[in-house]
Ligand binder design. Structure first.
Ligand SMILES: O=c1[nH]c(=O)c2ncn([C@@H]3O[C@H](COP(=O)(O)OP(=O)(O)OP(=O)(O)O)[C@@H](O)[C@H]3O)c2[nH]1
Ligand SMILES: [Mg+2]
Length: 203
């Protein structure tokens, strides 16, 4: 079985990736499965792609293995694109999903639905030691609802309703989220590129 290392410590992302890949063919491992001697990579970039490259190359170099890294976030129209690259730590350095949601909802209080447009964005970087890193993107557009609904997913999923749905992302099954999400789309692009280039792919 193929193994893919994802340079993340976010369990929600790992579960998303597991739902997207065929689990009989690909084993997903993440930094949560490795020992803690791996140095944390600081996300000092100003864009999703800069941070995704930093994480993928930083871990690929330390491990001497091909690595995928995802840098992602929520861009809200009414907030001029915030929280953006700061999505994980929007309400403080402890990366508390609940507090992040509360902060967004309070900033959007009284804002009507037609002005609550938002998109999840994902930059996915694939780094192979000694080779040029590849980056692919995915976007999923929708609206921010007024109250959190649903138990699945992570982050802002309970307040994000994707276009064409009457359910929040947290009410979708992991497989359905994988089909429409920013992460699922970026991964599909990456898989197609690797196939096209005849590279050793991951599915
Ligand atoms: O509701 C959500 N559904 C998603 O599908 C999703 N994807 C990203 N996000 C938000 O954006 C941050 C990423 O920041 P991020 O890329 O730096 O990752 P992270 O710091 O959580 O983990 P790591 O991968 O860096 O270890 C996350 O924490 C979330 O707040 C999402 N929220
Ligand atoms: Mg991060």
């Amino acid at each position: 079985m193929k193994k893919i290392l994802i340079a993340t410590k976010n369990k929600g992302k790992v579960d998303d990736f597991r739902a997207i890949f065929d689990q009989d063919r690909v084993e997903i491992i993440s930094l949560l499965d490795l020992d803690s001697s791996i140095e944390d990579i600081e996300e000092t970039g100003e864009t999703f792609s800069e941070n995704a490259i930093l994480k993928a190359e930083g871990i690929a170099e330390q491990m001497n293995l091909p690595v995928l890294a995802d840098d992602s976030g929520l861009s809200i129209d009414y907030l001029d694109g915030r929280p953006g690259v700061y999505s994980a730590r929007y309400a403080g350095s402890d990366k508390d999903d609940q507090r992040n949601i509360e902060k967004v909802l309070s900033e959007l209080e009284g804002v009507p639905l037609e002005k609550r447009g938002a998109s999840f964005i994902c930059a996915l970087a694939f780094a192979v030691p000694g080779k040029e890193t590849i980056v692919k993107y995915g976007k999923c557009s929708g609206v921010i609802v007024e109250e959190p609904i649903g138990e699945n997913g992570f982050g802002y999923d309970p307040i994000f309703m994707p276009d064409g749905y009457n359910l929040t992302m947290a009410q979708l099954s992991p497989e359905e989220k994988g089909r429409i999400s920013h992460r699922g789309k970026a991964l599909k692009e990456m898989a197609a590129w690797l196939e096209l280039e005849g590279k050793e792919g991951f599915d």
